[in-house]
Design a protein around this ligand. Structure first.
Ligand code: ZN
Length: 255
C-alpha cells in the first residue's frame, strides 16, 4: 500500500508552473492518495479543481482561522456549495490560531463553531488546526464532538490523550523529524497507533533531511520512518497503518 498524505496545500501561488508536473509524478513516487486542503473559499475551490483532474487527489474545503475576519458575508452558503462538489470528503482546515493577536479570538471561535455545525449537517469529518490555543480548542471539541483529525499536532501528550478520548485522530508532519521535537515524540508515543495520520502540510514543514525546502507529498516517507521508530514498527507497516486509519476516517464512516 502507498502513502496517504492527509494534509497538503497544492496552491498555484506556491508551486507556480511546476505544480502540474509535480502532481502528475506523485503516483510514481508511492503516493496513493492526497487530501488537498483549502484555507478559504478560493483556495478550497483550487483544491477541488485538482481533485477533479487527478484521480488520487481528494479535497477539503473550509475557512482557516487566519481568514476568519475576511470572509464574505455569504461565506456559509459559499462553503456549503463547495462541500457538495465531487470528491470533497472533509471540511477544513478550520480551528483556532492564537499565535498572532489577529483575528480576534471571538471572531475565530464563531467561524470555527459555525463550521463544526455545518460539518455535522453534512456528516463530514473535519480537519482541525490549533496553534497556541489548546485550551479553547479542546473546550469546543468536547462540546461539538466532531469526527476528524487534529492536524500538525503541536500540543502536549496530555492534549493528545484528550483528543484521542474524543474519538479523533492526530496528524503529524515533518516536524516529527526535527531534532528539537521532543514534545511531538512523546505525543506520538502516547497516541494509539490506530489513531495516527501521516501528513506533510506541504509546501511547509519539509521533514529532515529536506528541512527548509519546499515540501511535497513524496517526502512523507521520512516522517513515516520517524513515526515508525517511535511506535516500534517497520516504516512500511507504519505507512500501511496510517493509510488504513485515514481510510477509516475519510471514507468508511461516510454515508
Ligand atoms: Zn494546513
Amino acid at each position: 500500500m502507498g502513502i496517504f498524505d492527509t494534509h497538503a496545500h497544492y496552491y498555484k501561488e506556491d508551486f507556480g508552473g511546476e505544480l502540474e508536473q509535480l502532481l502528475a509524478d506523485l503516483p510514481s513516487k508511492n503516493v496513493e492518495k492526497v487530501l488537498a486542503v483549502g484555507c478559504d473559499l478560493q483556495s478550497s475551490e483550487e483544491e477541488i479543481a485538482l481533485a477533479a483532474k487527478y484521480g488520487y487527489i481528494y479535497a477539503a474545503a473550509g475557512i482557516h482561522p487566519e481568514h476568519a475576519a475576511d470572509v464574505p458575508e455569504d461565506w456559509e452558503s459559499g462553503l456549503e456549495a463547495l462541500l457538495r462538489k465531487n470528491k470533497v470528503i472533509a471540511l477544513g482546515e478550520i480551528g483556532l490560531d492564537y499565535h498572532y493577536p489577529e483575528p480576534p479570538k471571538d471572531v475565530q471561535k464563531a467561524v470555527f463553531v459555525r463550521q463544526l455545525e455545518i460539518a455535522k449537517s453534512f456528516e463530514m469529518p473535519v480537519v482541525i488546526h490549533s496553534r497556541d490555543a489548546s485550551g479553547d480548542t479542546l473546550e469546543i471539541l468536547r462540546e461539538y464532538k466532531p469526527r476528524g483529525v487534529l492536524h500538525c499536532f503541536s500540543g502536549s501528550p496530555e492534549t493528545a490523550c484528550e483528543v484521542v478520548k474524543l474519538g479523533m485522530y492526530i496528524g503529524f508532519t515533518g516536524v516529527l523529524t526535527f531534532k528539537n521535537s521532543k514534545k511531538a515524540w512523546s505525543a506520538c508515543a502516547e497516541t494509539p497507533i490506530d489513531r495516527l495520520l501521516l501528513e506533510t502540510d506541504c509546501p511547509y514543514m519539509a521533514p529532515v533531511p529536506h528541512r527548509g525546502e519546499r515540501c511535497d507529498s513524496s517526502m512523507i516517507a521520512f516522517t513515516a520512518a520517524k513515526m515508525a521508530e517511535i511506535k516500534g514498527v517497520s516504516t512500511e507497516k507504519m505507512i500501511d497503518i496510517a493509510y488504513q486509519n485515514a481510510e477509516r476516517l475519510f471514507f468508511n464512516d461516510r454515508v
